[in-house]
Ligand binder design. Structure first.
Ligand SMILES: Nc1ncnc2c1ncn2[C@@H]1O[C@H](COP(=O)(O)OP(=O)(O)OP(=O)(O)O)[C@@H](O)[C@H]1O
Length: 215
């Protein structure tokens, strides 16, 4: 199993009230799986994705990556996140003053040489059909192109699991389609993907649908 959640609990407190988000939630994911997380607004989809991706600690329970408890120690968690996990969000968060190529290469410099990072970035962008856009700045790209650059950036350190939170939430129909095709291609190449969406049509491209309910 590449990713497992065991008996997760998560509450938030807002003033005097407690918002229960996860209660004894367990989940297993095999390598190469493609899971779409769907459910009503406020059901806890993003919270679950953040907990599974090592971005937010559960109140109780475990998250295991390749059998290892990711929240065991902070340094280990940083390593797992940087080396094995990739993230794509609804907004691309690209750096305005850097080109598409630089945006993708920069996080790749943590784990290798600058030259390698640029070569890998060029490669990934080319596979996404963005070869002619590598020297463009984010504002010179369409919404779909920007999001594909953000996906390329998430892939620069060759993650084993890609976490995506409403990656098409900000895109029109045509661009959503292009981005979703990209996820399908990456999954076909062996990447494990977990994707939050409220769009059933997008969820239908996944291998498996995980429905979360509001507690
Ligand atoms: N940091 C926080 N502090 C307090 N409450 C929070 C916090 N983060 C999330 N919540 C609450 O937890 C619940 C689950 O939120 P979450 O964003 O995970 O839901 P979601 O299913 O992703 O919703 P949406 O589809 O609207 O994005 C919501 O009621 C939300 O208001």
């Amino acid at each position: 199993m590449i990713l497992e959640a065991k008996n997760l609990y998560k509450n938030y407190t807002k003033g005097n009230s407690i918002i229960k988000v996860l209660e004894n939630f367990s989940f297993e994911m095999e390598k190469g799986d493609f899971v779409a997380v769907v459910g009503p607004s406020g059901a806890g989809k993003s919270t679950l994705l953040h907990i599974l991706g090592g971005l937010e600690k559960p109140d109780d329970g475990f998250v295991l990556f390749n059998g290892e408890n990711i929240y065991n120690n902070d340094k280990n968690l940083d390593n797992i996140r940087n080396e094995h996990f990739g993230f794509v969000f609804q907004f691309h968060y690209l750096l305005d003053d850097f080109t598409a190529l630089e945006n993708v290469a920069i996080p790749g410099m943590i784990n290798g040489s600058e030259k390698d990072a640029f070569e890998r970035a060029r490669d990934i962008l080319a596979k996404m059909g963005l070869e002619s856009r590598i020297n463009h700045f984010p504002k010179e790209l369409s919404g779909g192109e920007q999001q594909r650059v953000a996906i390329a950036r998430a892939l620069i350190n060759s993650p084993s699991v890609l976490f995506a939170d409403e990656p098409t939430g900000n895109l029109d129909k045509d661009n959503s389609k292009i981005v979703i095709e990209e996820f399908k291609r990456l999954n076909a190449e062996g990447l494990s993907i977990i994707l939050v969406t409220h769009d059933e049509k997008i969820a239908s491209v996944a291998k498996r649908i995980l429905r979360v309910e509001k507690l």
